[in-house]
Write a protein that binds this ligand. Structure first.
Ligand code: ATP
Ligand code: MN
Length: 353
């Protein structure tokens, strides 16, 4: 029997983030007190460019933050920053990403808006090193019956905002830890990191926290094939910016394995509440999605609800009713779920990202 639903095909698709692409300069504005540079808007990003280098409507090669550039003369100026494109502040203006002239491309490259230039330019993604307590021994690949966790950045989702503006959403705080997945399927309990299923091990934080939080017993008590996903945070993880004692998981997903569907927000909340497990902090309820990337980034520029004087990493926005949409699948988006993040630029500046 043919049992794959359309949502299943969408949710299982895994693609790489498009770090470099051909984009139009949407706007150019002066920066107060600066005459050699100006502010450009590309996609939903704002960045500083040399004055006069581009005109509005020009095409350029835009490289996002987290791009790790190859060791070539045209990228030489990034050597002091380890060849990495980070969020910076220049003359008071936050700048995210870099625009290069089309001439950095091979002469036979077809110049089409949105075309992916990541591979042709030899760009890879910067990934922070993983601490030993998180690595563990793999039992196998991440299970195919659960989608991996991921969130796309709002800056590349203008079309999604156009379509879903006004939609009733909930907004949670994005925690800067490590993705954790727990499941019970056909009597089997499993623990996974972002990309792997892990063998039980007393030294591994994912398994330690699973035992501390009694997750196996709690998931079995539900009596069906189910997965819950959250962010592992605390001592030894990502610098423990929220200064927690010990480690914990704050949950953000519940997934019905047999239906291959996420529980909607209300059912998720009810389930996690009944299991007496913590959820990620809630930033806003009944948020009517605005068609305004700058306003959403502003909403992400907040302190953490867990530790009030520390910048939050950002926010994650989702409609109350789960939605799957092809708009979040095309090109660089790896999962059709309508759910996305806005990272707090102040967090990126503070922690050098
Ligand atoms: P990028 O896709 O931008 O290159 P990345 O894939 O490393 O980066 P993250 O920046 O880590 O992604 O953002 C996605 C992750 O955020 C999810 O996999 C999840 O583990 C984590 N996360 C933390 N807090 C939340 C939350 N409140 N809701 C959903 N996911 C969250
Ligand atoms: Mn991602």
């Amino acid at each position: 029997m043919w049992r794959f639903s359309s949502s299943q095909t969408l949710l299982n698709n895994n693609k790489m983030r498009k770090l470099a692409s051909i984009q139009k300069i949407k706007a150019l504005e002066p920066i107060e007190g600066a005459d050699a540079i100006e502010k450009a808007t590309v996609l939903g990003w704002q960045l500083v460019v040399k004055k006069g280098e581009f005109n509005v409507e020009d095409m350029a090669v835009y490289c996002e933050i987290d791009s790790l550039m190859p060791d070539k003369p045209e990228f030489e100026f990034l050597k002091p920053r380890g060849m990495r494109i980070k969020t910076v502040r220049l003359r008071g203006q936050v700048s995210q990403g870099i625009c290069f002239p089309l001439s950095i491309l091979p002469s036979d490259f077809a110049v089409v808006e949105d075309a992916d230039c990541t591979d042709i330019l030899g760009i890879t993604k910067y990934e922070p090193a993983m601490p030993a307590c998180l690595s563990g021994i793999a039992k196998g690949k991440f299970p195919s019956f659960i989608p991996k966790t991921d969130e796309t950045r709002v800056q590349v989702l203008q079309k999604v905002l156009d379509k879903y503006k006004g939609e009733k959403c909930y907004v949670t705080e994005k925690l800067d830890g490590s993705s954790a997945t727990f499941y019970v399927k056909d009597g089997e309990f499993g623990v996974c990191s972002r990309n792997l299923e892990l063998i039980e091990d007393a030294e591994n934080s994912f398994w330690k926290v699973a035992r501390q939080m009694d997750i196996e017993r709690k998931l079995r008590s539900i009596g069906k094939n189910i997965s819950i996903q959250g962010e592992l945070i605390g001592e030894g993880i990502q610098g423990n910016k929220l200064k927690l004692k010990g480690q914990t998981v704050k949950f953000f997903n519940a997934f019905d394995i047999d239906k291959f569907e996420y529980l909607n927000f209300f059912d998720f909340n009810k389930l996690i509440g009944e299991l007496k497990l913590p959820i990620v902090p809630i930033v806003a309820l009944d948020y009517e999605l605005e068609n305004d990337i700058d306003a959403i980034v502003k909403m992400a520029t907040i302190k953490s609800q867990i530790l009030k004087d520390v910048w939050a990493e950002g926010i994650v926005i989702r409609p109350y009713t789960e939605k799957i949409d092809l708009l979040l699948l095309n090109e660089n988006f790896d999962n059709g779920r309508v759910s996305f993040k806005a990272i707090n630029p102040e967090f990126l500046l503070k922690y050098g990202e």
